[in-house]
Each structure stands twice: as C-alpha cells, then as structure tokens.
Design a protein around this ligand. Structure first.
Ligand code: SAM
Ligand code: 2KA
Ligand code: SF4
Ligand code: MG
Length: 214
C-alpha cells in the first residue's frame, strides 16, 4: 500500500504544491513584448521589496490571501481558451515555482513571469520579464536569465540608472522603459525622447490601465 503523507499547509507552500494567490484573472497582457496577447494572470501573494509606487500593495502580505492547491490554480486557468500564463505578484520568486510551472507545462501553457529578480529562480519559465528595483537589487543570475528588462521610471534620474544596469544583461534581452503610472504625464514625454535617441530601447505603457481592464 502506498503511504499518503499528510503535509501541513505551510509545508505544502514551502514545497510549492500549494501557493498563496491574491487573484487570478484572464485578460490581455498590458505591458512589454506580449502586449495585446490574451493571458491568464496568476498573482501570487507576498513581497519583501517595498516599492513606494507599487500598484498592488495589497499583495505584499502573504497571510492576507488564501492558499490554493496548484491543481485548483491549473483547473481555473484551463477554463479559458488562452494558453499563455503570466505568473506575477507580489514577488512570485519568493515561492517555489517548480510544481506549478511543471503542471502548467503539462497542460500546454507558455509561461511568462513578471519579477523583480530579487530571489532565486525556480521552475520552468519560458519568458522572464525582469523589472529591477532600487529598493532591493536583483540576484546576479537574473541579468543572464532575463528575456526582457522593463524599468519603471518615477524620476528622470531613473533613466541613467536603467542604462547602467542594462550593461549587465545578456545580449538577447529586450529593453523596455515604462513610465510609473502616477507620474505618466511628466515622465512619458521624456521617455519618448529617450527612445528616439536610444532606439535599442522600446517604450512600454501600462495599456490595460488606459482601457480600464484588469
Ligand atoms: C506589480 S509588479 C509584480 C511583479 C514583480 N514584483 C515586479 O515588480 O516585477 C508587475 C509589474 O508592474 C510594474 N509596476 C508596479 N507598479 C507600477 C507603477 N505604479 N507604474 C508602472 N509600473 C508599475 C512593476 O515594475 C512590474 O514590472
Ligand atoms: N493587463 C495587465 N497586464 C499586466 N502586465 C503585468 C501586470 C502585473 O501586474 O504583473 C499586469 C496586470 O496587472 N494587468
Ligand atoms: S517588487 Fe513588484 S510587487 Fe513588490 S513592491 Fe515592487 S512593484 Fe510591487
Ligand atoms: Mg499590474
């Protein structure tokens, strides 16, 4: 007889077989290279970075959100026709993503992640959006693993910071610069000029906010 081990919930989260989920929703990717593509977002709870301008501060406290078994996350994702899954947060790399991403792959999903890169990378990730933060720096390996580098600009000086950090990236990484939402009126014109003068960079806007979708 196979003995079934009864792990506590905390232990299951540690192993990545259950994860704290703030919300999960089917929408259109609003930012970066996948803008305009239908995607199922899985927003994991918990973040220890503390960006002053974070647009999902409700995600920070892990214990404020329910823990779901990864099979439940998968079955909810499969209710929709799209097969692009975007794991975000909170900071999704605070969790062990190996079991969730393995099951998403089994079910035919292409897996993107939105991350600050501040924790060790786990699981199978097809496309990595690295959005570095001044409040806590990415781990060194993040620069080699990144598929796209998406820097949020809150203050003019963040542009030079973005350029300096980009020197650490692998050569295939796409470069995006994105206005911080509350500063968009003053920052967007600066970024338009920046991209015109530095065509290796592209402008990323939070298009979902302009059309008022999740
Ligand atoms: C909410 S974060 C969650 C994923 C991860 N913690 C991170 O920061 O990459 C998702 C994306 O939104 C960006 N973002 C968060 N707040 C923003 C804001 N106020 N304006 C523009 N982009 C923002 C982040 O930089 C990141 O690229
Ligand atoms: N539509 C839409 N696109 C997004 N791209 C990155 C998001 C995120 O919060 O990670 C996000 C989001 O919250 N909504
Ligand atoms: S790392 Fe991401 S989720 Fe965490 S505070 Fe910064 S923008 Fe918000
Ligand atoms: Mg968002």
């Amino acid at each position: 007889m196979v003995k079934k081990i009864d792990y506590s919930l905390k232990e299951r989260v540690k192993l990545g077989n259950a994860l704290p989920v703030m919300e999960a929703f089917y929408t259109i990717q609003g930012e970066g290279a996948y803008t305009g593509q239908a995607a199922y977002f899985i927003r994991l709870a918990g973040c220890d970075v503390g960006c002053v301008w974070c647009d999902v501060k409700e995600s920070w406290e892990q214990d404020a959100h329910p823990v779901l078994d990864i099979e439940e996350i998968i079955s909810n994702a499969k209710e929709h026709p799209g097969r692009l899954a975007i794991i975000t947060g909170g900071e999704p790399l605070m969790h062990n993503l190996a079991p969730l991403t393995k099951r998403l792959k089994d079910e035919g999903f292409h897996i993107n992640i939105e991350t600050s890169g501040t924790h060790q990378f786990t699981g199978h990730l097809d496309y990595i959006t690295l959005s570095p933060k001044k409040f806590k720096k990415p781990v060194e390996e993040a620069y080699q693993l990144a598929s796209e580098f998406k820097v949020v600009v809150y203050h003019k000086s963040d542009i030079q910071w973005a350029i300096n950090l980009s020197e650490k990236l692998n050569k295939d990484c796409k470069l995006y610069i994105q206005p911080e939402w509350s500063k968009r009126q003053e920052v967007t014109p600066m970024l338009v000029e920046f991209v015109k003068n530095n065509p290796e960079w592209q402008l990323s806007l939070q298009t979902h906010k302009y059309i008022d979708i999740p």
